[in-house]
Design a protein around this ligand. Structure first.
Ligand code: DWN
Ligand code: ZN
Length: 373
């Protein structure tokens, strides 16, 4: 299979067998969701990793249960993005957020004087965003913006989106068409170097088609007359690259990503993944009492399936997202909301979204024994 960015031949490095869709929550009267193969390949030239199979996007995103505004950490992060772009595009103007979810980012950048709008494929989320006054067009980018005038946006953002896209060249070409001559494309992606260093195997699932290096982002930008001109590291989602892409060839020195090109890095990853799983199993077996989970996160599905967790191990999983409550996780555990009685009778709690651990801990009764995935 060819690299979707630079067309080099790829090398397989991880096989996670068959897995359910990570956000495949289902009602108690429905059948459990189907499983698809989950195999990862790497590009020896640009450092991108990608999945071997693309699940049709309509089945993943037309109704989507993940809501950005549930995390206050993400809300703060939106302000940081707004402040950065405000500095780059001092005369402000129009801002397009691609895959804008519930409109959390467009809501925040509005405070910086931008006239912001979103485009979002999930009908449920777009309807919610519009009901909150966050102007949102329903549809997949790039098809949904084909009738938009060229060159009209001072800023285009795609925060945690590019990893979900199969045809990244069609995506970049449409960004370039819509961007004002001195406009900025703000891209945020989880950084594959962090994924490998920290053994974040649970961020690998069917929605995430690509795992980006800085070099791969720059290669994509250059294929469309643009280039990376700024990059910053953010701890969000396990360690992300926040990048500014614009036209021309500004002076930017690439970061060190040499270990992406060594096979040893990929062997080491397997060891880190096994170590995380066995640490959990040891803690689970050592702590007596009743267990529940917190966070019906996509990454929680991958972790639970790899660890063999099911309804015999966890009474329920708590999640504050209204769309997820009342359903079952793809690994068969009921999802409940959070109130003062939620943890009655529970002694141990497995927090799946380790990326929000501190925010979640602050909401828990101090008597609970908390284990992070
Ligand atoms: O790329 C993606 C990222 C942005 O988000 C998507 N493919 C899907 C999703 O991944 P995830 O589901 O692993 O994301 P989170 O943000 O780690 O999920 C956290 C879950 O925990 C959400 O369901 C919300 C929930 N939560 C909660 O109920 N109370 C989270 C916090 C912080 C809370 O206080
Ligand atoms: Zn490549």
């Amino acid at each position: 299979m060819e690299c979707r960015v630079c067309q080099s031949a790829t090398i397989p490095w991880l096989n996670l067998g068959t897995q359910p869709l990570a956000n495949g929550f289902y009602s108690p009267h429905e059948k459990p969701p189907p499983k698809y193969p989950l195999q990862v390949l790497r590009c020896p030239k640009c450092g991108l990793s990608q999945l071997s199979v693309v699940v049709p996007p309509a089945s993943l995103y037309e109704n989507y249960s993940y809501r950005s505004e549930v995390s206050t950490g993400f809300q703060r992060h939106c302000r940081d993005i707004g402040a950065l772009a405000s500095n780059w595009n001092k005369s402000k103007g129009r801002w397009l957020d691609i895959a804008s979810n519930d409109g959390t980012l467009i809501n925040h950048v509005g405070y910086f004087g931008f006239e912001a709008q979103g485009v979002e494929p999930a009908k449920n989320l777009a309807a919610y965003a519009n009901s909150q006054g966050r102007s949102t067009t329903v549809g997949f980018f790039p098809a949904a913006t084909k009738n938009f005038d060229a060159g009209q946006f001072a800023v285009i953002s795609s925060v945690n989106v590019l990893g979900h896209v199969a045809d990244v060249h069609a995506f970049a070409a449409e960004v370039e068409r819509l961007l004002a001559p001195d406009g900025s494309w703000v891209v945020e992606v989880p950084w594959v170097r962090e994924l490998l260093d920290k053994g974040e195997f649970d961020t690998i699932y069917h929605e995430h088609l690509s795992y980006w290096s800085l070099r791969a982002l720059d290669t994509l930008a250059r294929a469309h007359g643009m280039c990376v001109s700024f990059a910053e590291f953010h701890p969000i989602h396990g360690g992300s690259l926040l990048v500014r892409i614009r036209r021309g060839t500004p002076n930017f020195t690439m970061w060190d990503e040499s270990r992406l090109f060594s096979q040893q890095t990929y062997y080491d990853f397997q060891r880190k993944m096994q170590a995380r799983l066995s640490t959990f199993v040891e803690k689970y077996n050592a702590l007596r009492g009743k267990w529940a989970g917190f966070g019906a996160a996509a990454k929680g599905t991958v972790f639970a399936c790899a660890a063999g967790i099911n309804e015999n191990h966890l009474r329920f999983v708590v999640d504050e997202t209204p769309e997820k409550q009342g359903k079952l996780t793809p690994y068969g555990v009921p999802i409940v909301g959070l109130n003062e009685d939620t943890f009655l009778g529970i002694t141990n709690l497995l927090v799946f979204p380790w990326n929000h651990l501190e925010e979640i801990k602050a909401k828990l009764p101090p008597r609970l024994r908390v284990v992070s995935a």
